[in-house]
Design a protein around this ligand. Structure first.
Ligand SMILES: NC(=O)c1ccc[n+]([C@@H]2O[C@H](COP(=O)([O-])OP(=O)(O)OC[C@H]3O[C@@H](n4cnc5c(N)ncnc54)[C@H](O)[C@@H]3O)[C@@H](O)[C@H]2O)c1
Length: 481
């Protein structure tokens, strides 16, 4: 990727103006430099880059940026994985990475200054904090969940939020494989017995997993990974999903949950938490499972009716279970897994051949590293190209990249209130130019418009930006070129 170049003084003010409307009046310290000396002379961007079209490797993609990227300030909190830090630094951004989260007053001070913030689960980006974030355009949650961010308020301010929901799929799938074998061999019981000095060599009720049937409920990112791993160990795989999905290997989709419960020796859950999946496995479903079968839940705590599971295990109907997730989970590490947290905790803990883990399904070094890469790349795509694919609080919009064959083209991003008549007004502004391509989508109260327009003279850019800024529907205008 071509490093960003300073522009000459002629266009410095212009670049400041068009880069990010909310930055302008509020941050006198900002010093945007781009675009390159001539609006027409671009650095070549030939690696296909984010947002490029696959298979068009001979095309020179134009790197969009309304700024010199070294002026993009990024604050990373909570020890974001080094992979993520490296990607952002490699783009030339000014990156400050702190090991911990910040107290709210310090956070408010620091967030005023930055265009990008990266957090994990401890930093709370509330309306109060975000109301001070006048320069912020994007938040990266280097984790799975986004509950720590006021997503709606962020969207209303034109601040996109990205996370990494699928970077740990492989880690979960591998844990499930370990649990299947451990349950089949009563491994954790034997280990605990020997830890307490008891030698208990038994083979009764212990099985190989080869030839057994694994029933996967939810054949998404994790379920399908698991399917491949299980088959490679000689298991026969069936799965149930609410949508029709092609099975990997020889895995076979069954028509109903009941059919799966009827056939599977091991039932493993990989569905999201929704109204439909609440207590998906309760008393009735447990009764439908094979005698002496096993249940594994690494999805969400609400999916299994745990008191019903306790009964089914006590009766011997279920020979073993593995739980990684619970209806209530403590906020931090410590001796909290008791009846104050969940009324049945003591009963659960007393059961044999039950593997209890503290929501560690996705907790591996590899997953943390993959999260760093995924979120950082999403941040770069959003900052440099405006692509909102994967945003959790904004409409997902992208366009294929501009090429060097389109030297006088630029990209307009107009985040606006989702009210009638906006497109007509925006198109009236853009109508003076040739709109090469345009994409718009809405999500709740917020809409996101992206348009690539050509034949734009350098001196017209500020007017264009200004006209969009003056529309009453405006939340945020960005012009990238
Ligand atoms: N234990 C952990 O640390 C950990 C880590 C990552 C993910 N998870 C959880 O694992 C679950 C699955 O994650 P994923 O990444 O595979 O999700 P995904 O979205 O890729 O797949 C979920 C699948 O479930 C299907 N589904 C939805 N409702 C269903 C229903 N009622 N019955 C049957 N199928 C249904 C969907 O069609 C989809 O194919 C999620 O709940 C996620 O939160 C847990």
């Amino acid at each position: 990727m071509t490093p960003p170049k300073d522009i000459d003084s002629r266009v410095t003010e212009l670049a400041r103006s068009v880069s990010n409307s909310l930055n302008l009046s509020t941050s006198p310290t900002l010093n945007f430099h781009s675009p390159p000396t001539s609006f027409k002379q671009r650095g070549s961007f030939t690696d296909g880059g984010s947002g490029s079209t696959p298979g068009l490797s001979s095309i020179s993609w134009k790197q969009l940026k309304p700024f010199d990227s070294k002026d993009i300030k990024v604050l990373l909190l909570e020890n974001v994985n080094q992979t993520g830090v490296d990607i952002l630094k490699a783009k030339g951004y000014q990156v400050e990475a702190l090991k911990s989260s910040l107290p709210e007053d310090q956070l408010i001070e620091r967030i005023k200054d930055v265009q990008v913030i990266g957090i994990r689960s401890k930093t709370k980006l509330t309306e109060r904090v975000l109301s001070h974030a006048k320069n912020l355009i994007v938040i990266g949650c280097f984790c799975i969940g986004t509950n720590q961010v006021d997503l709606q308020y962020a969207a209303q301010q034109g601040i996109a939020v990205f996370n990494s929901p699928f970077s740990n799929s492989r880690s979960v799938a591998e844990l499930v494989i370990a649990e299947i074998i451990a349950l089949a061999r009563q491994l954790t019981d034997r280990s605990m017995e020997l830890h307490s000095g008891t030698w208990n060599k038994v083979s009764k009720g212990c099985w190989e997993i080869r030839g057994k049937t694994l029933g996967i409920v939810g054949y998404g990112h994790i379920g399908s990974q698991l399917s491949v791993l299980a088959e490679s160990m000689g298991m026969s795989v069936i799965y149930y999903d609410v949508i029709n999905l092609m099975g990997l290997g020889t895995a076979r989709q069954v028509a109903s949950l009941d059919e799966l419960l009827d056939q599977a020796d091991f039932v493993t859950l990989h569905v999201p938490e929704t109204q439909d999946t609440k207590n998906l496995i309760g008393k009735t479903q447990l009764e439908k499972m094979k005698d002496g079968s096993y249940l594994l839940n690494n999805a969400r705590g609400s999916v299994v009716d745990i008191p019903a599971l306790i009964e089914a295990m006590r009766s011997g109907k279920i020979a073993g279970a593995a739980l990684d997730v619970y209806p209530n989970e403590p906020a931090g590490n410590g001796d909290y897994f008791n009846n104050d947290l969940n009324t049945w905790a003591r009963d659960l803990r007393s059961l044999k051949n039950l593997i209890l883990t503290p929501h560690i399904g996705g907790s591996t070094e590899e997953a943390q590293s993959a999260i760093g890469v995924e979120v950082s790349e999403a941040l770069v795509r959003y900052v440099n190209e405006g692509a909102s694919l994967g945003a959790v609080n904004m409409p997902e919009v992208t366009l294929r990249s501009l090429t060097l064959e389109e030297p006088d083209s630029l990209r307009v991003i107009y985040i606006h209130k989702n009210v009638p008549g906006v497109l007509r007004q925006v198109n009236a502004v853009l109508a003076h130019h040739n709109v090469e391509k345009q994409n718009t989508d809405s999500r709740g109260e917020v809409a996101y418009l992206m348009a690539d327009i050509s034949d734009v003279r350098e001196e017209e850019i500020k007017d264009l930006w200004q006209s969009l800024e003056e529309l009453s529907s405006r939340i945020r205008t960005r012009v990238l070129y």
